[in-house]
Design a protein around this ligand. Structure first.
Ligand code: FES
Length: 939
């Protein structure tokens, strides 16, 4: 069909461009005008990332036909700052400045949409209050969960606009700012680019001659591929290549631990899940590639479906893999549980169910493969494990790892969902075949189908305790649905199992976990790594125990809590950094301060007696690092450059958690430099040493230490050169805020570089940090080198007429060892709480006999700003012996206690014990009615 010419005004300039029939404004802006600051997160008018202004009104540009913009004025994120200058804080619009200063930016993918929505609001009413802001932003999702910071930033920007004064930064405790670098509040290094629309994610890249790839998916959860005919697709207009399993040059499978995931399912082979790839197409345009998919003819002989983990273990269940459905039976043994239960005055048992969850990161997966003139393959991708991508791509291409170059791009959220291969291998295969760059961008439907989920679980908990609440035994039995392929299922379910008796010292523990293959989409890593599920089960049971024994739920936790010298259920003696008691104390103090009487008793609003409020409480712990005997190391390189700045290089991924800022601060601390004098380069397998996977909350600790020691070694190296050059002792040399002080002289770093360079040395140090050794499960000793701890209280309001549950407030305390970057830490904490609220109340990734029901973002209910409660946060710093300045992980611990804190609060409010997630409003209502009927007066 014919294209049309669209003439309109974009950011104050008149522009004319052809547009195709049906083309949406987001596509025109991004792919024709190169204004990639406007993001496409879902393409179904659901997430708000694509928000722009048309004649001053906020519109979702992914569903706004371009032709409707004819003659109108469009404003995008690129149009807010003062034009004509490189983005920097000073030239930004007050909204953009406030987002930077208030730490409202994490992965950054939603930020253009947030800012443009807020811009439209403040243009009309700069004095907009909290409720008005919430209303305006109700459909603009932030999966990183930075809603409170976003709210504060918009209010601060509104004030600045009204008064004409600069944006006032948030008030920071003086004690924090007394620190030199690490531990002070610093805005993120990458925030300016993210708020100004110049930050580049993979889909923002374009290469000359680039092809567009699509993947033919099985669409059926179990079967044998009987026929695959791609001949018609090959002859479709614009199609350059179609590949099937017959065309694979080398390895036919991939996988992070077990290589069991087929790159392409061949004729006669087994389809195990709906997202299995059957054929890949590269065409001149994405539309042509999509049309070619429809021309591929497929015949599949259906097989019986295995759809849950318990069914999968039954002896008559169909086999998903030839060896059977059991991926791993994981066992924890401590003491003798029969003895422990015999000592108990009370024994409780309950079964819990948790669903699959989707990461719902706002940036869909995208990979670009580009053959280089020297015969290598470059892959541009936002990956959590760049070196693992390199080896998996190389195996399938049949080339050496040195022939593959992974170039890490910004990642618009990951949360564990970008650890496995998505499109990297398929894009590389097509690029290898065609000799041209190939972009493979998932749409949201495909993203939901393919990337591994959080494991659905069934967990049975049996707890024995003395009358005073002392735990005598805990026995758990877990079933984890790892879906069609192993991914990180064994590791995830091992963490679920080892943490399944909670952060308590218990003499007798027995846990058995069955990680099972099914025909569901694969399950793998997701923030919390299995511990979220088991924490829901054990913390709900602990609350029931407190209720039965008539004990205060906080006191019960305190009595049994892990502390210094405790022995965990895997036989580890905790020797340092055990801040659980302090977390409990912080939350308790705040709770008692807020609540007029017993916070765990229901409070009924006299004006609205159908609204019942109560608090709930939960605690958690989570390992830092790989643990379990796996060697855990990270490499980093630090170099003084000729311009006098320092560069930190490591292949660790930034998913939005703020790693570049953490590493920048650590290097600046060790080198005694200004923070602005240090920049960080991440995730490039040619130029940055392997930092290991961004998983298990390990990067601050492990890669942070690599940067710390590399920086310290570089400082020593430079010091010895200067000492020799100036003939002074090393003690007479100091580094002070960007200068080298030699005796009484201050030397700029550019000159320092010259001195070292002229001595024939390059001022660079590479360091590989090995974390303390750990022991495999079952061998006793240190299974992990550090643990983070947390306590949380949540206040809910339950509407007894409708069953609706609202979270009103959360108090959280997290022992993170040391807060290297408090502003980034706050974002992680609040984001974790918001995600936890989603898991408790709204989110479930649903399948029916292996077919995906939640196949669009609109069907998977990510929490919006309207669900955001007040969050009071305490940072507890019980330093580790080895982490940088005592730091340990934070990314995961923050989400783990949220779910049981909420469900325990529901019990306290209306007496209904939630055993299945997410909380079902109608089920709650039925339970309330049943209880009311049971307790009718006079009965
Ligand atoms: Fe909002 Fe990541 S910062 S989605």
């Amino acid at each position: 069909m014919d294209t049309q010419v669209l003439t309109f005004w974009v950011n104050g300039k008149e522009v004319s461009t052809p547009v195709a029939p049906g083309e949406m404004l987001a596509e025109t802006l991004r792919y024709r005008l190169g204004l990639t600051g406007t993001k496409i997160g879902c393409n179904e008018a659901e997430c708000g990332a694509c928000t722009v202004l048309v004649d001053g009104e906020a519109v979702l540009s992914c569903s706004f036909p371009s032709v409707k913009a004819q003659g109108r004025r469009v404003t995008t994120i690129e149009g807010l700052a003062t034009p004509g200058r490189e983005p920097n804080l000073a030239i930004l619009h007050p909204l953009q400045q406030a987002f930077v200063l208030y730490g409202a930016v994490q992965c950054g993918f939603c930020i253009p949409g947030q800012i443009m929505t807020a811009y439209a609001l403040l243009e009309k009413n700069p004095a907009a209050g909290e409720e008005e802001i919430r209303h305006a932003l109700k459909d603009t999702l932030c999966r990183c969960g930075g809603y409170n910071a976003i709210l504060q930033a918009i209010q601060a920007a509104g004030k600045a606009i009204q008064t004409g004064q600069p944006v006032q930064p948030p008030v920071v405790p003086e004690a924090r700012q007394a620190r030199r670098v690490a531990g002070r509040v610093h805005p993120r290094a990458d925030a300016v680019a993210k708020v100004s629309g110049t930050a580049k994610y993979t889909d923002d890249l374009f290469f000359e001659g680039m092809l567009h790839a699509r993947v033919k998916r099985a669409g059926t959860p179990a079967g044998i591929l009987r026929r695959l005919d791609v001949s018609r697709a090959r002859s479709m207009p614009g199609v350059v290549a179609v590949m099937t399993a017959e065309d694979l040059p080398a390895a036919r499978t991939h996988g992070l631990v077990v290589s069991d995931w087929p790159v392409l399912v061949g004729v006669g082979e087994v389809i195990r899940t709906v997202g299995d790839a059957l054929a890949i197409v590269a065409a001149e345009t994405r539309e042509q590639a999509t049309q070619a998919l429809d021309a591929i003819e497929v015949e599949i002989e259906p097989l019986p479906v295995v759809s849950d983990a318990v069914q999968a273990l039954q002896s008559d269940a169909p086999k998903v893999h030839p060896q059977g459905n059991l991926l791993k039976h994981i066992k924890v043994r401590k003491g003798d549980v029969s003895e422990g239960f015999a000592q108990a005055d009370v024994i409780l048992e309950q079964v819990y169910h948790t669903p699959m969850h989707d990461h719902a990161f706002l940036e869909p997966e995208c990979s670009i493969a580009r053959p280089t003139l020297d015969g290598r393959m470059e892959i541009y991708v936002g990956s959590q494990i760049p070196y693992a991508d390199r080896s998996q791509v190389a195996r399938v291409l049949g080339v050496g790892e040195d022939r593959v170059h992974i170039i890490g791009m910004l990642i618009g959220g990951g949360f564990g969902g970008k650890e496995d291969i998505a499109g990297q291998i398929h894009a590389a295969l097509l690029a290898q075949k065609t000799g041209r760059p190939v972009k493979l961008l998932f749409d949201r439907h495909e993203s939901l189908l393919v990337h591994p989920k959080r494991h659905a679980t069934q967990i049975r908990v049996r707890v024995g305790a003395k009358r005073d609440g002392t735990l005598t035994a805990v026995e758990t039995e877990l079933y984890g649905d790892t879906g069609a392929y192993a991914s990180l299922g064994e590791k995830v379910m091992t963490r679920a199992t080892t943490h399944s008796s909670g952060p308590y010292e218990i003499p007798h523990v027995k846990a058995d976990c069955y990680a099972m293959y099914t025909n569901n989409p694969p399950a793998g890593a997701f923030r919390g790594f299995g511990v979220l599920q088991s924490a829901f089960a054990i913390e709900s049971t602990m609350d029931t125990l407190a209720h039965q024994l008539g004990l205060d739920p906080i006191e019960l936790r305190r009595k049994n809590a892990l502390r210094m010298g405790s022995i965990t259920n895997t036989g580890q003696v905790l020797k340092d950094s055990v801040g659980l008691l302090e977390c409990i104390e912080k939350v308790e103090q705040e709770l008692r301060r807020k609540a007029v009487s017993n916070p765990f008793e229901a409070w009924v609003d006299p004006q609205n007696p159908h609204l019942r409020r109560a608090w709930g409480f939960a605690v958690a712990y989570k390992n830092t690092g790989l643990g379990g005997g796996a060697p855990d190391k990270a490499g980093a390189e630090v170099e003084l450059l000729a311009d006098g700045t320092f560069e930190v290089r490591t292949a660790s991924a930034e998913l939005g958690q703020g790693l570049p800022t953490v590493l920048q601060l650590i290097a600046a601390e060790e080198l005694r430099q200004l923070v602005s004098n240090v920049r960080v380069w991440l995730s490039d397998t040619d130029y940055t040493p392997d930092g290991g996977p961004t998983t298990a909350s390990r990067q601050t600790y492990v890669t942070g230490n690599a940067v710390r020691y590399a920086s310290a070694a570089l400082r020593e190296m430079i010091t010895s050169h200067l000492a020799e050059h100036f003939d002074v002792s090393p003690e007479q040399i100091q580094f002070i805020e960007g200068l080298a002080q030699v005796a009484n002289y201050s030397i700029p770093m550019t000159q320092v570089y010259e001195i070292v360079h002229s001595a024939g040395r390059k001022p660079v140090v590479q360091y590989t940090y090995w974390a303390p050794a750990t022991k495999p499960l079952g061998e006793g000793g240190d299974m992990h080198f550090a643990y983070s701890f947390a306590a949380q209280a949540a206040e809910v309001e339950v509407n007894t007429l409708t069953g609706e549950v609202r979270v009103l407030e959360v108090i959280t305390a997290n022992d993170v060892g040391f807060a290297v970057n408090p502003l980034g830490l706050q974002g992680q904490i609040e984001g974790g709480v918001i995600m936890g609220i989603g898991h408790a109340l709204t989110e479930a990734f649903l399948t029916d006999q292996g077919r995906v029901i939640t196949d669009r973002l609109a069907k998977y209910r990510v929490p919006s700003i309207t669900l955001t409660p007040k969050i009071t946060s305490f940072v507890v710093e019980h330093p580790t012996a080895d982490g940088p300045y005592g730091a340990k992980g934070v990314g995961e611990i923050v989400i783990i206690p949220t779910v049981p804190a909420i469900t325990n609060a529901i019990f306290n409010a209306v007496g209904v014990r939630v055993t299945r997630l997410p909380v079902d409003q109608e089920w709650i209502l039925r339970q309330i009615k049943a209880r009311e009927a049971e307790f009718q007066p006079g009965d």
